[in-house]
Ligand binder design. Structure first.
Ligand code: AQP
Length: 330
């Protein structure tokens, strides 16, 4: 069985990326001991919205180091950088030629992001789902751990795989999305109706995994709540507080009723103070490991091994695709 997932190096990952994705990759390592797991830095995906060269370089390396810092074990999980395995772009083009513009235009993410971009929306943003399908299909991935927002892209990948198999003969494994029910959507600390995002221009709303620890604690202390002053879990009327309770629950592995019981009759101040400490400890642990690995030779060795492993699998699949379609001489 093979499981594959990736994150875009659009900025330093946030606590939301950690709780909604990275931490789950680590859990998968333990839960699926026999599975072949590949986790990559989706740098090609990140350029669908143009990026500054030096920022991109830095973010790629940071994300690779953070994968290890949060607990991915390179002995169990192959970690690589997407653009270093050329077959991703190659299969992406082939899939573009087996998909329809209407399918791409229907993707919710394209509709949302293209509205924000206006006239400067790139062609890459439209064809992004074909690249994502290529990422998945190159490795015959059975499961793709994604957030609810990416489910539509995995469904499109399934359609493309089935279409290709019907047209050219059995070639691709049809994947399934793996969506964790407990992986809450972490919201902005300043605007709890919008998700915490690494490209949020307001740094107060999101905690980056590389934030200064005291600064991160202050962000929790100053997080927007409400003036009801009652410790309750009510997403509709107290969305800011509910978000903080979700973060507490996930980081401490305590369920919501137990948290409410613990803070019954106490003010938000005590709760926020404890949560600030919990977040601080989490970041400290991640940053200690990150500092050990970021400038080490070990990081390059891990990424070289990941690239070699991924390339061997990907090349084999691309050769098969070429044969099935009649491309080249063989
Ligand atoms: N706030 C969040 N809560 C829970 N999970 C989240 N994820 C992202 N934000 C939250 C999950 O993290 C993974 C990262 O996916 P991505 O980098 O490919 O892009 P994204 O989903 O668009 O993440 P961001 O942080 O919002 O990036 P930008 O700002 O660049 O668009 C996914 O599994 C996602 O579900």
């Amino acid at each position: 069985m093979r499981i594959l997932s990736g994150i875009q190096p659009t900025n330093v990952p946030t606590l939301g990326n950690y709780l909604g994705a990275m931490r789950n990759f680590v859990k998968l390592q333990e839960e699926y001991k026999d599975a072949d797991i590949l986790v990559f830095v989706a740098d090609l995906h990140s350029i669908t919205i143009p990026k500054d060269k030096s920022e991109l370089k830095k973010n790629i390396k940071n994300l690779a180091a953070l994968y290890i810092a949060v607990g991915l074990d390179p002995k169990k999980t192959h970690i690589f950088i997407q653009s270093e395995v050329k077959e991703h772009s190659e299969l992406s083009f082939i899939l573009e030629c087996n998909s329809y513009i209407g399918e791409m235009e229907r993707m919710i993410q394209f509709k949302e992001k293209s509205v924000k971009q206006g006239q400067t929306v790139t062609t890459g943003l439209l064809t992004y789902p074909c690249l994502m399908a290529a990422d998945i299909l190159l490795y015959d991935s059975n499961y793709v751990p994604v957030g609810e927002d990416q489910k539509q892209h995995v469904e499109l990948t399934r359609d493309l795989a089935i279409r290709f198999n019907n047209r050219f003969g059995e070639t691709f494994t049809v994947p399934e999305p793996l969506i964790r029910k407990s992986g809450a959507r972490i919201m902005s600390l300043q605007d709890p109706l919008h998700k915490m995002s690494k490209s949020d221009p307001n740094p107060k709303g999101c905690i980056s995994l590389l934030d200064d620890i005291n600064e991160a604690k202050n962000k929790i202390r100053r997080a927007v709540t409400d003036n009801l002053g009652v410790m309750a879990y009510d997403k509709e009327n107290q969305p800011g507080l509910a978000n903080l309770i979700d973060i507490y629950s996930l980081l401490e592995d305590i369920n919501v009723p137990n948290i409410l019981e613990k803070y019954k009759g106490l003010g938000y101040k005590e709760f926020k103070e404890d949560l600030a400490e919990i977040v601080g400890k989490t970041l400290e642990k991640i940053q200690t490991k990150y500092n050990e690995i970021i400038n080490s030779k070990e990081l390059d060795t891990i990424l070289d091994e990941g690239r070699e492993y991924a390339t061997t699998l990907a090349r084999k699949k691309i050769n098969k695709v070429h044969k099935k379609m009649g491309l080249g001489r063989n």
